[in-house]
Design a protein around this ligand. Sequence first.
Ligand code: NAP
Ligand code: G4F
Length: 331
Amino acid sequence: MPKAMITGITGQDGSYLADFLLEQGYEVIGVVRRSSTVNFDRIEHIQDKISIVQGDLLDQVSLIHLLQEYRPDEVYNLAAQSFVPTSFSQPALTGEVTALGVTRMLDAIRIVDKHIRFYQASSSEMFGKVREVPQNEKTPFHPRSPYGVAKVYGHWITVNYRESYGLFACSGILFNHESPRRGLEFLPRKVAHGVARIKLGLANELRLGNLEARRDWGYAPDYVRGMWLMLQQDEPDDYVLATGETHTVREFVEIAFAHVGLDWQDYVVIDPKYYRPAEVDLLVGDPSKAREKLGWRHSVSFEELVQLMVDADLERLKGVEQLHPSPNIDW
Ligand code: NAP
Ligand code: G4F
């Protein structure tokens, strides 16, 4: 039975990757950091099928000990401070986790077992102020946030450990991918959840920032399959995963409201507080390499994605909001 270790298993991607690897017959070890309350909501349904172990990307020794004890065949490094606005308010922490955390894990692998295959969760945010359209594996980086800068570091240290020490280390440059398990602070989930609350009479407005930014949005379960495919190849390499389509935030909002029979202009309030010090205006990926070499392609269209997210939040909120009110998050 192959063994996989996932950092960031309590996050959106970590939980879908764990589902996927269990289906493939893997033994799954999920690394979680210590917190005063457990946050296993996304992995509740598989808790009895995986091992949950304590470790932190900020702590080198914890990573070495975990690899020594569990001896995984594959490590998927999905843990990060992943929210762009927080990277502006907590830039040093973001660098410690999202950048140096990658080095800590790579070094742990180098020390314990160089044969462990490694996946690094790189990001289209690295392209930032884009140098070409669409973006591919060779497009130069120009990050626009401390998060993007940290991811560029994580990408290059992964390439460097592959070239310097012969590690089987891959960097997946993933464009935005979403799902009903997405954190409430990210735009697509904020919109889906906000629309559902308005439809159910629990709210009467949705406050947003820049509606003109463009993103290449896909469905998260498709993307975790791509991560796994990268580690099954004969040689390690870097791949872009994207749909190849770009849409504005405005289009996302329009479709989400229209899906429940509402006009977004009656409810959306533009609030400058949600604008960023520097914006990534346009992202659209070219996934040709992943299509040709991995046989990977996305399966859910933009419109289907928006609709399934709104439907999931409507379903979740019906009846339970009075008993378990949504957390009051205003980021
Ligand atoms: P997410 O939902 O924010 O999950 C992040 C995970 O990292 C959580 O499990 C979090 O644990 C964990 N974590 C944070 N700091 C940690 C630390 N110091 N030590 C150990 N674990 C720590 O992110 P996601 O959307 O699943 O994304 C997964 C990865 O892909 C991230 O690296 C992200 O930057 C990258 N990425 C995401 C996208 C996307 O569109 N989703 C696109 C490109 C790249 P807690 O639950 O304890 O907070
Ligand atoms: O959903 P977002 O917060 O995602 P963003 O910044 O693109 O980053 C996500 O995707 C990256 C891949 O490209 C990941 F690496 C990263 O970890 C994360 O998963 O914002 C999307 C767009 C931005 O242009 C933002 O300015 O939506 C715009 N936006 C407008 N109003 C808003 C809001 N974003 C948020 N979060 N909240 C708003 O009210």
